[in-house]
Design a protein around this ligand. Structure first.
Ligand SMILES: [Mg+2]
Length: 309
C-alpha cells in the first residue's frame, strides 16, 4: 500500500465507526487517515473532492438501504475500490454489490485490524490491476493510441450523437505509403519508431474530443465530430498530409514518409450507417487516394509518349 492511505468510512453507527477508526489507527507499520461520514449523500459528496484509496461502506444508512447504497456509491467512486461492511442479514445484498462492482465485503462481526488492512490492500491492488488490464485492452501498446476495440466504441457513441444533433462527423482512414519498404529495409525497430512518430504527429493536430486510433499495422483512423461544414473535411485531409512534409528522423536515419487519406462523412441521416459500414467506406476512399497517388507516380516516371493517362 502507498505510504499514506486515505480511507473513507461511510457508517451511521457511531460505535461501529469508532471501532473501525480505532482498529485502523492502531494498525502497525501503516499510515492511514480515516475520514468518517454517516450518510450516503455525504459519502458521495466526499469522493467528488478527495481521491480516496478505498471506501468502507455500510449498506444500511439513514438515506439509503441495501444494494441501492452500493450501486449509488459505485456510480461516483469510479476507480476507488469499495469494500462493503455487512451486518447480519446483509449477505445477499453484499454478494449483489460485488456483482455490481464492489471489490470485497467484510462482516462487521469479524472485524479485526488485520482483516481490514488486508481487504483494503487487496482492494487497492486489484483495482489498479483492473485499471491496467482495461488500459491494455483498449489502448495500443506501441503508440498509446486507442486500439480497434476502443475506436469501435467511440465511433458507435459518435454516430449516436450525430444522429441526435444532425451535426456531421467525418472519419478519416489513413495509412503510411510504402510502409513495408521501411520495415524491410530498416528493420522492425525502425518501423515501430516511425509508427510512433506518425501517431504523435496525428495527435498534434487534433482538438480535444477528436479521436485518433490505430486500426492495425500502419493504418490509423481519425474521427472528428461536429464538423459544421462538409468542405472542412478536405482542409483536414490536407492538414493531415502536410504533417508529413518533413521526413521522420530515427536515430541517424531519415525516412521520408507520406500517407494516403480517405474521408467519409456521416451527417446523422440514414439508419444503415454503423461503424463497420463507415469504416468500410473510409477504407475504399483511402484506396482510391492510394490508386491516384500510384498512377500519378507512374505518369511522372514513364516518358510522356508511353503514358496511359
Ligand atoms: Mg448502518
Amino acid at each position: 500500500m502507498a505510504t499514506r492511505t486515505n480511507i473513507l468510512l461511510v457508517e451511521d453507527d457511531p460505535g461501529q465507526a469508532r471501532f473501525v477508526e480505532t482498529l485502523l489507527d492502531e494498525a502497525v507499520g501503516t499510515d492511514i487517515t480515516v475520514t468518517h461520514v454517516d450518510s450516503l449523500s455525504d459519502g458521495m459528496q466526499a469522493v467528488r473532492f478527495q481521491p480516496y484509496d478505498a471506501i468502507l461502506l455500510d449498506l444500511n444508512l439513514p438515506d439509503s438501504y441495501g444494494l441501492d447504497t452500493a450501486e449509488d456509491m459505485l456510480k461516483v467512486a469510479h476507480n476507488i475500490p469499495v469494500i462493503i461492511l455487512t451486518g447480519d442479514g446483509d449477505n445477499e445484498a453484499a454478494v449483489a454489490a460485488i456483482r455490481a462492482g464492489a471489490q470485497d465485503f467484510i462482516n462487521k462481526n469479524d472485524l479485526t485490524a488485520t482483516l481490514l488492512l488486508k481487504a483494503a490492500r487487496y482492494a487497492v491492488e486489484r483495482k489498479s490491476l483492473e485499471a491496467d488490464l482495461t488500459r491494455k485492452a483498449l489502448y495500443d501498446d506501441l503508440t498509446g493510441l486507442p486500439n480497434r476495440r476502443l475506436l469501435f466504441d467511440r465511433m458507435a457513441h459518435a454516430i449516436a450523437r450525430a444522429k441526435r444533433s444532425r451535426q456531421p462527423m467525418v472519419i478519416y482512414m489513413l495509412d503510411v505509403n510504402d510502409f513495408k519498404a521501411i520495415n524491410d529495409k530498416a528493420g522492425h525497430r525502425a518501423g515501430d519508431a516511425v509508427l510512433k512518430e506518425v501517431a504523435d504527429r496525428l495527435k498534434s493536430v487534433l482538438r480535444d474530443g477528436d479521436t485518433v486510433a490505430r486500426l492495425s499495422g500502419d493504418e490509423f483512423v481519425v474521427v472528428v465530430e461536429n464538423q459544421d461544414s462538409l468542405s472542412v473535411s478536405d482542409a483536414v485531409k490536407d492538414k493531415i498530409s502536410k504533417l508529413f512534409s518533413t521526413p521522420i528522423e530515427i536515430d541517424t536515419q531519415t525516412f521520408p514518409v507520406s500517407v494516403s487519406v480517405g474521408a467519409v462523412t456521416y451527417d446523422g441521416h440514414g439508419v444503415a450507417d454503423d461503424v463497420d459500414n463507415l469504416l468500410h467506406r473510409a477504407d475504399i476512399a483511402m484506396y482510391d487516394a492510394k490508386k491516384r497517388l500510384k498512377s500519378s507516380r507512374c505518369s511522372a516516371k514513364v516518358p510522356r509518349l508511353y503514358s496511359v493517362n
